[in-house]
Write a protein that binds this ligand. Structure first.
Ligand code: UD1
Length: 363
């Protein structure tokens, strides 16, 4: 069987890694790796391939940045040529980025079956570009691999055929389980015993001048009580420069370049609290039992709140200060690891794929 994977942006790389490996170990046939080039900086892309042990992509589409239409369209045009040439038996897409919907749409139009890894998540907030990507990808996918039962419920409510839906667990956690032992040392200098690890990149937070200024000034206040360690996403870096936002330049507020996977996980493992708007970090902190304060008013990963260690802060910066204070006083949210977040998700995906291919060949 010939399986083609499409990835493009940073969070895709952690998701494909265990699936690629499990397929190589189990299914005979060929795998092709296509990188759209949505993320292209070394520290947003190449470093992940190195840390995760992913092979060099077979095809690099080099689409780069642009408006949503420009980026999605460029991926579609370039990928259509590759798919027409290779005609794979299945295309696997990951997560909710523009590369995900673009690849799913091209494949579906070419009548190539599509599998969506991390299906069914919903924030119910259509102002998020990822929510549109999730809704549309799930409508046209043939195999939908969900990380949590809420995903199954969302898909059933949207009229997806239950035979297409497979609750397999969380592939991101497969990667975390596998690589945690390797993420021993952080390269960050002068790290305090207690620190808050901060990441911010959502357009709703960083593209809004007033809000970004409020968030940064709150973080500066928080840095009086706990060291802030903030690897800055390129989108955020661009806005900080554009908006002329200034930072204290002290050791209690450390601004870093984006980190590779092993470096980031090493930092997350020993952090006191995470402050973030990322989806993946809400999941990783739940697995690690680390308090996570999410600077968003909703999440497509509600299980990290109901079972895990996540708390939604919204845009209320006084709440952020209050919740950090609570963590520092030792009052931390205790969580549980959600069902099937056990490091074995990619094996369950492979089992589904084997049944799928068996049906394909017997029909
Ligand atoms: C994308 C995803 C988002 C995901 C995030 C993870 C979509 C709609 N959004 O957001 O869901 O959480 O990736 O990082 O797909 N840039 C660089 N170098 C790079 C990549 C980006 O400088 O390697 C800058 C460019 O100025 C670009 C901006 O970052 O315009 C945004 O990049 P883009 O891929 O459009 O979206 P992200 O904000 O990274």
């Amino acid at each position: 069987m010939n399986i083609l994977h499409v990835v493009g942006a940073r969070p895709n790389f952690m998701k494909i890694t265990p699936v690629w490996r499990a397929i190589s170990n189990t299914i005979s046939g060929q795998q092709t790796l296509v990188h759209t080039g949505q993320h292209y900086d070394i520290n947003m892309s190449e470093v992940f391939f190195t840390h995760l042990g992913l092979p060099k992509p077979d095809y690099y589409l080099g689409v780069g940045s642009g408006t949503h239409a420009e980026q999605t369209a460029a991926i579609m045009i370039a990928l259509e040529k590759v798919l027409t040439e290779l005609n794979p038996d299945l295309v696997l897409v990951y997560g909710d980025v523009n590369s995900t919907i673009a690849a799913a749409l091209v494949s579906a139009k070419l009548m190539i079956p599509v599998g969506h890894v991390e299906a069914g998540l919903r924030s119910f907030d259509r102002s998020m570009p990822e929510e549109i990507n999730r809704l549309l990808t799930d409508q046209i996918a043939d195999l939908l691999f969900t990380p949590s039962k809420d995903g199954n419920e969302n898909l059933l409510r949207e009229g997806i055929d239950p035979r297409k839906i497979h609750f397999v667990g969380n592939v991101m956690i497969d990667t975390l389980v596998q690589l945690l032992p390797k993420a021993r040392n952080t390269k960050v200098k002068d790290l305090s015993d207690r620190y808050a690890l901060v990441t911010l990149h959502r357009p709703s937070n960083v593209d809004d001048l007033t809000l970004l200024k409020q968030i940064v000034s709150t973080l500066i206040e928080i840095s009086d009580d706990i060291q802030i360690v903030f690897p800055v996403h390129p989108r955020t870096r661009k806005r900080i420069t554009e908006f002329n936002i200034e930072f204290p330049g002290t050791n209690t507020f450390k601004l870093l370049e984006p980190l590779g996977y092993l470096d980031f996980i090493a930092l997350l493992k020993t952090a006191t609290v995470a402050i973030t708007d990322s989806g993946g970090i809400q999941e990783e902190t739940t697995y690690l039992g680390l308090p996570c304060l999410t600077v968003r008013k909703n999440t497509e990963r509600p299980i990290t709140i109901s079972l895990g260690t996540n708390t939604l802060i919204g845009k209320d910066m006084s709440l952020l200060k209050q919740e950090v204070g609570r963590v520092l006083s030792g009052d931390v949210k205790k969580g549980k690891i959600p069902p099937l977040w056990d490091g074995q998700t990619s094996e369950r995906i492979v089992n589904v794929l084997q049944r799928f291919f068996k049906n394909l060949t017997s029909n």
